[in-house]
Design a protein around this ligand. Structure first.
Ligand code: HEC
Length: 113
């Protein structure tokens, strides 16, 4: 089993046992495919979402941003608005999500630390 498959299995197991907003968000991240690009550590495909909350990220336009609810929300809704430095070449797709789903994903990412 690959690490990713294991991670997905773990996420699904957690979700099966509880239904906190964070675990609902984790299930959603699997369902809509966020975890296909966002892995446990930074890769060429995408930066990791683990441990980013509260940190300062460098953006490709030379500015920085603090990862908070507003930044995460914007990264999901308008992925091209603030591009993480080093990822100019990889594009995050725009997802059609409900307000509730966006909220769950933000809770999930906040829960990753
Ligand atoms: C096709 C690959 C791909 C998929 C699928 C994808 N992303 Fe991304 N994501 C990226 C790339 C590349 C970046 C970095 C460039 C940028 O900032 O847009 C990024 C950046 C982000 C960031 C900012 C991270 C940081 O370190 O500042 C967040 C938050 C994020 N994605 C959340 C999500 C969520 C939630 C989903 C699922 C709804 C998702 N992504 C699906 C490729 C992807």
């Amino acid at each position: 089993m690959t690490t990713r498959a294991l991670l997905i299995a773990c996420l699904l197991a957690i979700v099966a046992c509880s239904d906190t907003p964070e675990s609902e968000g984790a299930a959603l991240a699997v369902d809509v495919g966020c975890v296909a690009c966002h892995m446990e550590t930074d890769t060429d495909i995408a930066p990791t979402l683990n441990g980013i909350f509260g940190k300062t990220v460098a953006l490709e336009d030379g500015t920085t941003a603090t990862v908070d609810d507003a930044y995460v929300r914007r990264s999901i809704v308008e992925p091209q608005a603030q591009i993480v430095a080093g990822y100019e070449g990889s594009r995050m797709p725009v997802f059609i999500l409900t307000e509730e789903e966006i909220g769950l994903l933000v809770d999930y990412i906040r829960g990753l630390g």
